[in-house]
Design a protein around this ligand. Structure first.
Ligand code: BGC
Length: 419
């Protein structure tokens, strides 16, 4: 996805230096937080910036998972006019750093003591070449199952804790007249379900070997074949209208009680919260079946582009400072469904799902099982991720492709994209 040629890179660099047109004391921020819950969360940052006297130019590009936003960002950067800040995550921060387009945040990081404040696993992702170039806004957990308790009750089932239980519960939910698993047929959503099912059936060590280290034996082996078969089975729990459906529309099906469950990261909680619902009462959360000892993390962060305008530079530094302050961390993450990026905050205002997320993050960090989300750009570079997405979605939608063939394609995708 992020493949610049050397020549276009040089042009982009020259353009970036010339781009001094942004107004003083204003930041333009690219993000893809456009659903109800996401927009409420993004608004927290806008209001805090404005309260400090800075201008906020909203550069929101709709599209869950951020693929469209990244395409738009790439073309803005290529034309030498990147925004002040952009929601860029995981290894992709390194790719933008390599292009020489990011500005450093060392001054604010030092003044605010980021090294002491942030868990190393988080801080590490924010640095390029030893310099802070991005600021983390949160920690999302991807391996969650959400459910409507009234639907589960009508079907006479409990929240499933294993894949077998999920398939059995799904059948009962269908018989009771509901859609078992709400889903949107978009490749990032397919990949989100795939990685949770793989983790649930095969465990975090296998997840790490296959989806993080891209070990060809893991990618092409028996466990991958079993994971792909489990994944294909989840299709039987989905409805015919899923093609192209946005993730928040799928969440709305659970909220409204037309569907029983959804496998989705905890930005889905932002939708339940925006609808005024209470965790543990109006909706349920649990680790995706079979994954209670694992945590697929997805850290949203804002990377800063190198700018020459002093006002814009000041505004960027203020933005970075505000993002890690307790006021923002609490208000934003309450709305977003995630947990704060800094672990030292009072969590008493957070609901039971967030409390569980924090406890599981810390437990899996200590005992093993904390793994980066492949589907959300935390595990592998963008080109490899794109190639894996293609295999996952093609296999999911092709009734005739055997899992063995998809596993072989997975090996080739990782190899081809690596060069
Ligand atoms: C982002 C979340 C966002 C979700 C759906 C994820 O990749 O990390 O912040 O809410 O996509 O758009």
């Amino acid at each position: 996805m992020l493949t610049f040629k050397k020549t276009t890179l040089a042009l982009a660099l020259a353009g970036a230096t010339l781009a001094t047109t942004a107004q003083a004391a204003e930041v333009e921020v690219l993000h893809w937080w456009t659903s109800g819950g996401e927009a409420r969360a993004a608004n927290v940052l806008k209001e805090l910036m404005e309260a400090e006297g800075y201008g906020w130019q909203d550069f929101a590009v709709a599209g869950g998972g951020g693929e469209t936003a990244m395409t738009v960002l790439k073309s803005r950067a290529m034309s030498g006019n990147p925004p002040s800040a952009a929601q860029i995550k995981g290894p992709e921060i390194q790719e933008w750093g390599e292009l020489g387009l990011l500005g450093d945040l060392n001054e604010v990081a030092e003044a605010e003591g980021w090294d002491e404040l942030l868990p190393e696993v988080v801080a590490d992702i924010m640095r390029y070449d030893g310099q802070y170039v991005a600021v983390p806004v949160n920690v999302h957990r991807v391996n969650w199952l959400w459910a409507n308790p009234a639907v589960l009750e009508a079907a006479g089932v409990e929240m499933p804790t294993t894949l077998d239980e999920m398939f059995a519960a799904g059948e009962a939910i269908r018989e009771a007249g509901y859609v078992p698993l709400a889903h949107g047929g978009q490749s990032w959503q397919d990949a989100t379900v795939f990685e949770s099912v793989l983790l649930g059936g095969q465990g975090s060590e296998f997840y790490q070997q296959a989806l993080v280290e891209l070990d060809p034996e893991a990618l092409g082996g028996e466990q991958m074949i079993a994971a792909l078969e489990d994944f294909k089975r989840t299709r039987e729990l989905m409805d015919d209208g899923m093609s192209g459906r946005d993730w928040n529309i799928a969440t709305a099906m659970v909220i409204e009680g037309t569907a029983g469950m959804q496998l989705m990261g905890d930005w889905a909680k932002g939708e339940f919260t925006a609808a005024g619902l209470t965790a543990g009462e109006d909706y349920l959360c649990a680790a995706a079946p079979g994954t209670e000892d694992a945590f697929t993390f997805n850290i949203d962060s804002l990377a800063m582009f190198r700018v020459t305008d002093e006002g814009e530079h000041d505004a960027q530094q203020a933005l970075a400072r505000l993002v890690l302050e307790p006021t923002f961390q609490e208000a934003f993450n309450l709305a977003k469904g995630s947990i704060p990026a800094r672990p030292d905050l009072d969590m008493s205002e957070f609901d039971s799902c967030a409390q569980q997320s924090l406890a599981d993050f810390q437990r899996t960090a200590d005992e093993g099982g904390l793994v980066p989300s492949m589907a959300h750009g935390m595990a592998v570079r963008a080109d490899v991720q794109g190639a894996i997405f293609d295999v996952v979605t093609n296999y999911f939608n092709d009734a005739n492709m055997p899992a063995e063939e998809a596993a072989q394609r997975m090996v080739r995708a990782a190899q081809a994209a690596a060069f």
